[in-house]
Design a protein around this ligand. Structure first.
Ligand SMILES: [Zn+2]
Length: 204
């Protein structure tokens, strides 16, 4: 499965995705949070309804986005979505930054209890999270850049799981046992075969 993934488009300037449908032929478009609506409009200008769009909310996103894009973008935060051979599970926001209620955030325990309730026999699981797992690609000295510990717990208990995350402004991949944790920033094209990331190219 080929995925066009966008994350944290804070400092990226792109005016159009014209020609990208033929050039990259993605099976899915993933929005990993903090991707402004202007980019979603541009994506839809090029890809229309030729591919599904899955999204999670970033900490800076407008909480009304799921209503605004209803029927056009599937917001998968705290949901399970089967597509082709993979099961996608979304996690919105970052860790609760104390005193910043305007941000989309979740307490650590809420993410842990959601992940604990996932069925244990899910195959080819792909977690789509704005925030990273705790201890992987994160910065625990800053509350809002501390990863979710429930994601790390899930990785210690599973094999062949792929975590795709944004928020940390890094394009980097780490292996955790037989699991892969892929930090994404900007626009990337990723190739996933069942439970393995076979290609990851940063486009801008
Ligand atoms: Zn963020």
């Amino acid at each position: 499965m080929r995925i066009l993934a966008l994350a944290d488009m804070h400092s990226h300037s792109i005016r159009s995705f014209e020609g990208w449908r033929k050039m990259y032929e993605p099976d899915l478009i993933l929005l990993l949070g903090d991707v402004m609506s202007v980019y979603i409009h541009m994506l839809r200008d090029e890809f229309a309804d030729s591919v599904p769009y899955y999204a999670v909310l970033g900490n800076h996103d407008d909480p009304h986005m799921p209503d605004h894009w209803a029927g056009r973008v599937e917001f998968v935060g705290q949901k399970i979505q089967q597509y082709k051979e993979n099961t996608f599970v979304g996690i919105d926001g970052c860790l609760d930054p104390i005193g910043r209620p305007s941000m989309i955030s979740q307490p650590d325990w809420a993410v842990t209890s959601f992940l604990n309730c996932l069925p244990k026999d899910v195959e080819n699981l792909v977690i789509v999270s704005h925030n990273s797992p705790y201890g992987i690609h994160d910065d625990p000295t800053v509350m809002s850049h501390t990863g979710f510990s429930g994601l790390t717990k899930l990785l210690t208990e599973s094999s062949g799981t792929i975590v795709l995350h944004g928020h940390m402004h890094k394009n980097t991949t780490s292996l955790f046992g037989s699991n892969s944790v892929v930090g994404l920033y900007g626009v990337n094209i990723i190739e996933i075969e069942n439970n393995e990331v076979t290609q990851n190219q940063s486009l801008m």
